[in-house]
Design a protein. Sequence first.
Length: 488
Amino acid sequence: MTVNIHFSDFFEVAPETLEQYGAFNISLVNDLPLFVDPFLLFNSTKPEYQQLHSEIIRYVRFLREMSAQPGIRLGLLRSWFYFSEVRQNWLGYSMVGNYGSGLGKDFANALNQNLYTVFTNFGDEEVTRSSHLEKLCLVKDGVGKDNISDFTTNLIKAFLLEYTQSFAIEYVNPELRRRVTVDRVRFNYETRSWERGIFDLPYFANDYVILTPKDILTKDDTWINKTDLIRDFDDIVAALPNEQLRAQINAFLLQSIPEKPKKKDIEEVIIQAINNHPEIIDYYIRYKEDNGERAKNVSQQKVSETENLYIRNIKELVEKLIGETNFYQSHTNTYDETYDRVMYLKDVIENKDGYKVFYDGDVPIRREVDLQLFFRLTWFATPSDVNREVNNGRGPVDYKVSRGSKDATLVEFKLASNSQLQRNLEKQVPIYEKASDATNPSIKIILYFTEAELRKVQGILTTLNLAENPNIVLIDARNDNKPSASKA
């Protein structure tokens, strides 16, 4: 059985060729959680990257100039501020396929509002060495790395298309390519409009595919981010060269932080201090600029971790599932299919060294989204529809496996370390089942990495009278109790 998961599989290119070219070997089954970080363009020694960063700054300055003019028609503002997700790069947060939300009204409004506050000196900063779009995520809730990445990707789309085209013409079979017309490729400042372009690109599932250089990608957060700003706030204030500003901020902190503060109390006061003195943002960004080499090292580490988890480990797991189980055998209904696949997965993880796929070196995964994504990347060659399920505002079940309205099974993946595990088992899934009209019992998979986590789960199941429930499957991913561990 041939298994195609990644770009190299579908387009018959050696992974080493992609590595030499510098491109990330994306999955064409599901988005992978990587993001374009504009700071890596700014901090690069490559002239073409620095030029791309300059073009981003130029476009934001254009937006500021245009939005300040009276009488601009709404249609033009929408054309300039609204962007679709560039789903063809197969990167981002989507848990099923490669369809994200894009940059619509909320992002456009946030950007427009901040053009007159934190972006008033955009392009003419005195403290920082350059302008940075990431300022937006420092002052606006709900604007995160995915928004910054989507915006950056849209503004460098011409480069990415040309980058992909060059690779495809040299290495991809012409039968697997197609000449396509792509909208909104370059912005023409004379006509103030977006232009199309024609490119010869890899083509898959009725759409073209875009490759992205690894050295502009990051995983957990952009280098300039709100988490670091709040965490390092004391150090940033202490290093302020403006003595009067430093004294004002310290006085505000002393006055505003309660006597026995919680973490949330401190964060709220810090955010208020930043709102009162937005100039501190520039000093934080300058600190990040001065430590830019670390950004490169951190991003390389995060991209390498993603490659280990979602490329090397997934390939190893799928090979075991194909060679040692009937994981990909057809079934009569979604419950049997789902349950059998879960049990095959459990056997491979516990008895055939499959547990290793959940580790990067000796460090186990710590996010349930990683566990869910592992499931999605192995779940192909099925007659069922596998989708992320959202029910009437109640939140998502990990997956709904269905064959029409009369045959549906819900699947939830949990890490034993989840602090809300008991609450979820007790209340959440029954609500989902009722809301989604699932026709079969739901299946809950709980992965644990230590004996202490196992005892915790067993205690919860006993308390809830679920210890004998066959639809709750515990999977042992420990690395200290496997036969191969002593031989390593």
